[in-house]
Design a protein. Sequence first.
Length: 128
Amino acid sequence: MNEQLMQRIQRRLETLTDERGYQILDFVEFLESKYAARAAPSNLFAKISEGIEDTMRAARLPIKAIKGTTGLMDSAGKVMKGVAAAAQSVVDEALAAAESPKPVAPAPVAPPRVPPPAEPGPREGGRS
């Protein structure tokens, strides 16, 4: 689909209610099943989220309930992406630390021991 057509459809969709949006989604999925291969979700979490949404729609739950659930699932997906990014960062830093040679610190050298100054002894002749 060309960019101009996509923008035109997007402008029309922005003005619709969620209920009408789901009707359009149903129609698009019908067209996909009839004329084209369906685009699969990109990750496991998206597959689960879409499965839950489809189940709720099939059960004819209220649009507000579906919208709330999908909003929650989207938020959870963003949190999971953040956790995955943080974990990847930790792994990358650990790998970088393991690969880089560690500088060998020289053994500490003790400073030379200087004897304390000797106290003057008694002078000859008994005078102080």
